[in-house]
Design a binder for this molecule. Structure first.
Ligand code: PEP
Length: 256
């Protein structure tokens, strides 16, 4: 093990009504009955559920994250939500640059970087997502693409304490496909090397690099124990407490 405390974050995406918070309560109960030690655990519900989710997890080990933010603190931006508003609603982190936002909303690396800076400004941790498309993967361009995304999306002021990188191959998200453990190890090693060049080895060495893309109970151990993998960003399998808990529990009892 690297000595880095892992983080497993569940991204509910545009899923969840008030009734879905029963799953969060169930996760809390499971963790109280059988804790997963030395692991940071986070759930990122849609913005509409942030405050209610925060009330449910208060006093537990579960943190609440958000899925996106606007770069500015306030202003005439109808429908947008600032990092300050997310913090006010109870979030302690925010995902920025998820591939669905890069695709659906045309978000550039520059915008993602501005959102990460907004997260820092509001006292939130930024979970910066990067990942190659299937075409990039097929053409052997993965490492080049990731370097470009890291250099463009991660701010200069990034620290191990305020930034997490989530490597999510676009072709693996929601598809049931995953890279091999060897590919994940190679990519995560490259990400840490690039972070070292950008932020210095001390910060890079402590920064959590999560794997994301079709993580589920049946493959979690295989993916999470790959060298240089410090946790996971989990989409679909985070919606059910039983599945998310099973993923988390790969960390139970494995570290001194
Ligand atoms: C995600 O979108 O962040 C993700 C990892 O999704 P899934 O686990 O469903 O592939």
């Amino acid at each position: 093990m690297t000595g880095i405390r892992p983080l497993v974050a569940g991204n509910w995406k545009m899923n969840g009504l008030g009734s879905s918070l029963a799953e969060l309560a169930s996760l809390r109960n499971r963790l109280e009955a059988a804790p997963v030690p030395e692991t940071d655990i986070m759930v990122c519900p849609p913005a509409t559920l942030l405050s209610r989710a925060r009330e449910i997890v208060d006093g537990s080990s579960i943190m609440i994250g958000a899925q996106d933010c606007h770069p500015l603190p306030s202003g005439a931006h109808t429908g947008d939500i600032s990092a300050e508003m997310l913090a006010d609603a109870g979030a302690t982190a925010v995902i920025v640059g998820h591939s669905e936002r890069r695709t659906d909303h045309g978000e550039s690396d520059t915008l993602v970087q501005a959102k990460a800076l907004a997260a820092y400004r509001a006292g939130l941790m930024a979970i910066v997502c990067i990942g190659e498309t299937e075409a990039h993967y097929r053409d052997g361009k993965t490492l080049d693409i990731l370097r470009t995304q890291l250099e463009g999306s991660v701010p200069e002021g990034a620290r191990a304490t305020n930034t997490v990188i989530a490597y999510e191959p676009v072709w693996a998200i929601g598809s049931g496909l995953t890279p091999t453990p060897q590919e994940v190890a190679q990519v995560h090693g490259l990400i840490r090397t690039v972070l070292g060049q950008m932020l210095g080895d001390a910060e890079a060495g402590g920064t959590r690099i999560l794997y994301g893309g079709s993580v589920k109970p049946s493959n979690a151990a295989e993916l999470l124990f790959v060298p240089e993998v410090n946790g996971a960003l989990v989409g679909g399998a985070s919606l059910k407490a039983v599945d998310f808990y099973e993923i988390l529990s790969v960390y139970a009892g494995t570290r001194s």
